[in-house]
Design a binder for this molecule. Structure first.
Ligand SMILES: *[C@@H]1O[C@H](CO)[C@@H](O)[C@H](O)[C@H]1NC(C)=O
Ligand SMILES: *[C@@H]1O[C@H](CO)[C@@H](O)[C@H](O)[C@H]1NC(C)=O
Ligand SMILES: [Fe+2]
Length: 486
């Protein structure tokens, strides 16, 4: 008799426990979000020593170094070519043409130099090369005589809703062996241009004259990619370089001297926020560390720029920022909340396809969620599924010296679809106006491994065709099937 009662009690307890667990699954969305348990061996998070060959100064007196290019106009028919000469100013001339060693054209840029504490920069050159043809390979030469150097780049296809194009997305790169691994993996991908989501050199981890020095080493380190394809820059907190202890209080000084953006072409008043159109994409770059509340220049510019977006011409609307507004890592938790409060309703209204951010040194992707019904007194404080919302992707996992952010909040919030603390980069292949293929590639010890991959349906054209869902496939498909069977 007594045994039966105990059995009944424990059966009841089991039912209660099961329903609590089930309830918490529903409330927290643990049934769908994935926290990857993959642990990879990583290199120590220390910067590559100065004498390593990745930082080598090119041979020859006053040879151009730290060569990098970025889109130079609104539509992709221009590039800004930038480089540094160390010994004397030299000229700011670029020779270029469509066949190797034959330079039919030339363009002249501007030179600038600056000090940071007692560090004196080299001579920094920025040269706009415009009037280019779409979809064309150009060869270019900078510098003089024996010290001259030659590179090439390919212009994007014309602005067209079905232009095929592959972007790489890299963030928080730094200059460690992990950074090198990320860069090398990206260079093995088919990426044609990089959307960089902020935190370039981590030179601000150094003091006094070493800050400028580590900006220079980073420029030489990334040249293997940045001299050959456009990297679109956005600024992170490690670009601020506010260092009162040595009298340096002008924000973004090193960054703005060295990295140009075509901000005037989109009517922006500041190089820290701007937009470009490239192939089938309209890309909006925001500054997490510049004023953005209502009536500030950035807010007014974004309001106007969103109205200029023409999804009939550029179906893909992509936003870049440094601080993620949907992040479930303990690192930098809630830091994006102020920008979310200001801009999220526009992202939903304009059906942004995807928002890329960095800052958190891990990978995370959201479902389409929004929290725009929350207005302090509404009581609706939780993000909810929203078909018009962007997918938010954090790729702050480039591999800088601060290491990985391995502590995710538990339980995983229901907006979070996939998260993993490993180094890597992403690619977004725009196939046509309706379909894009997205991959996150973990730097898996020598092999390019796609871990999170799915088909992104265009928010504008997809909606017209009644297909707005994220469709999982490949690796994700397998994971989703596994979950569905539990
Ligand atoms: C820039 O370079 C010129 C020529 O070498 C030099 O005279 C000047 O002091 C430099 N300016 C700064 C701010 O370093
Ligand atoms: C776009 O590409 C996808 C995948 O190849 C294809 O299924 C779809 O029909 C294409 N859409 C258009 C509008 O061509
Ligand atoms: Fe950051």
């Amino acid at each position: 008799m007594r045994a039966v009662v105990i059995r009944m009690e424990s059966a009841l307890l089991a039912i209660i426990l099961t329903s609590i667990v089930a309830l918490s699954f529903l409330m927290n969305g643990n049934a769908t979000g994935i926290t990857s348990t993959f642990i990879r061996s990583e290199y120590p998070s220390v910067d590559i020593p100065l004498n390593n060959k990745v930082f080598a100064v090119p041979r020859g007196y006053n040879a151009p170094q730290q060569v990098h290019i970025t889109q130079g106009d609104y539509d992709g028919k221009a590039v800004i070519i930038s480089w540094v000469t160390a010994d004397k100013p030299g000229d700011s001339k670029v020779q270029y043409g469509t066949s190797e060693k034959k330079y039919e054209f030339s363009a002249k840029g501007v030179m600038t130099n600056y000090t940071f504490y007692h560090y004196k920069s080299g001579y920094i050159h920025h040269c706009l090369v415009d009037g280019l043809e779409y979809d064309t390979k150009y060869y270019y030469k900078i510098g003089n005589g024996d010290s001259s150097r030659e590179f090439w780049f390919t212009t994007p296809p014309k602005i067209d809703p079905n232009s095929h194009y592959i972007f790489g997305i890299i963030g928080d790169l730094g200059q460690t062996f992990n950074s090198l691994s990320t860069l090398e993996h990206y260079m093995k991908s088919a990426g044609q241009a990089v959307l960089f989501v902020g935190d370039l050199s981590y030179a601000d981890r150094y003091e006094y004259n070493d800050v400028g020095l580590r900006w220079d080493t980073w420029g030489r380190f990334v040249e293997q990619s940045t001299a050959y394809q456009s990297w679109m820059w956005s600024a992170g907190n490690h670009e601020i370089d506010y260092m009162p202890y040595m009298g340096e209080v002008t924000p973004f000084k090193n960054y703005l001297q060295r990295y140009a953006t075509p901000y005037l072409a989109s009517g922006s008043s500041n190089p820290l926020w701007y937009a470009i159109r490239r192939a089938s994409a309209h890309i909006i770059v925001l500054s997490s560390y510049s004023p953005f509340v209502k009536y500030t220049p950035q807010w007014m510019w974004l309001e106007a720029e969103l109205k200029r977006v023409d999804r009939e011409k550029t179906p893909w609307l992509i936003v870049l920022m440094h601080v993620p507004i949907y992040n479930s890592n303990e690192a930098h938790y809630m830091e994006g909340e102020s920008m979310r409060a200001v801009f999220e309703s526009w992202f939903v209204q304009y059906k942004v396809d995807v928002v890329f951010a960095g800052h958190v040194h891990a990978y995370e992707r959201s479902y389409r969620f929004s929290n725009i019904q929350y207005n302090v007194t509404s009581g609706y404080q939780y993000p909810v599924p929203d078909k018009s919302a962007p997918v938010y992707i954090t790729v702050g996992d480039g591999g800088n010296q601060e290491g990985l952010a391995g502590r995710f909040r538990d339980p995983q919030p229901n907006y979070s679809a996939f998260r993993e603390a490993s180094y890597g980069h992403s690619t977004l292949e725009l196939i046509n106006r309706t379909h894009a293929l997205y991959h996150w590639n973990r730097n898996d010890d020598g092999n390019k491994t796609a871990v999170d991959a799915f088909v992104l349906h265009n928010q504008y054209w997809g909606a017209n065709h009644g297909k707005r869902k994220l469709e999982k496939h490949n690796v994700r498909k397998i994971m989703m099937d596994e979950i569905a069977t539990h």
